[in-house]
Write a protein that binds this ligand. Structure first.
Ligand SMILES: [Zn+2]
Length: 178
């Protein structure tokens, strides 16, 4: 059974996280297998929360301020690809770019255009990672992220090196950090 993980950040922009929290409640009521875990205190930083749930079940990870619809979550779970990442925008507030960009990148590390179906570099946001992909990017072996590396960058590099790209799902999901 797919485990849907909701890592969240207590006390950080609570208004941006409200809709994702409501989605968690709805999915739980619908009997999806869901877990909501805080990630900012020392004992439960993000890598650790994911690592504790790695290599047990297929995972869907929904980050604190990304709001896929229930249909989007279902399609992520039902799709046959090893890694499926919902398209969502990063906004100038976090990128310092002029326009919003889709949060996944191509082999040259450029942000993909809307409609591109596969991406070697993906952001977590709302992403399904099968057990096969979890084995390829074995987070249980990672004690600490190398300095200056993002978790999703580390995961996607490991998977891309083994030929596993993310299948990108549309339409674009709502992202409240904007
Ligand atoms: Zn897919």
């Amino acid at each position: 059974m797919t485990l849907i993980l909701f890592p969240y950040k207590p006390n950080e922009r609570p208004e941006d996280q409200l809709e994702t929290t409501l989605l968690y409640g709805t999915l739980k009521d619908m009997r999806f297998n869901c877990l909501r875990l805080p990630t900012t205190d020392q004992r439960h930083e993000y890598v650790r929360v994911l690592r504790e749930n790695w290599l047990r079940e297929e995972l869907v990870i929904i980050e604190h301020d990304v709001v896929p619809t229930i249909d989007m979550v279902n399609w992520l779970i039902k799709c046959d690809h090893s890694i499926c990442a919902q398209a969502f925008y990063l906004y100038p507030k976090s990128t310092n770019l002029k326009e919003p960009v889709i949060a996944h990148r191509d082999a040259s590390e450029r942000w993909i255009k809307q409609g591109v179906a596969y991406a070697p570099y993906w952001s977590l946001g709302a992403t399904k990672i099968t057990l096969l992909a979890q084995k390829v990017a074995d987070l249980t072996r990672l004690d600490e992220l190398p300095r200056g590396k993002w978790l999703d960058g580390w995961l996607s590099e490991k998977c891309a090196a083994a030929g596993l790209f993310a299948h990108i799902h549309y339409p674009v999901a709502k992202h409240n950090h904007q």
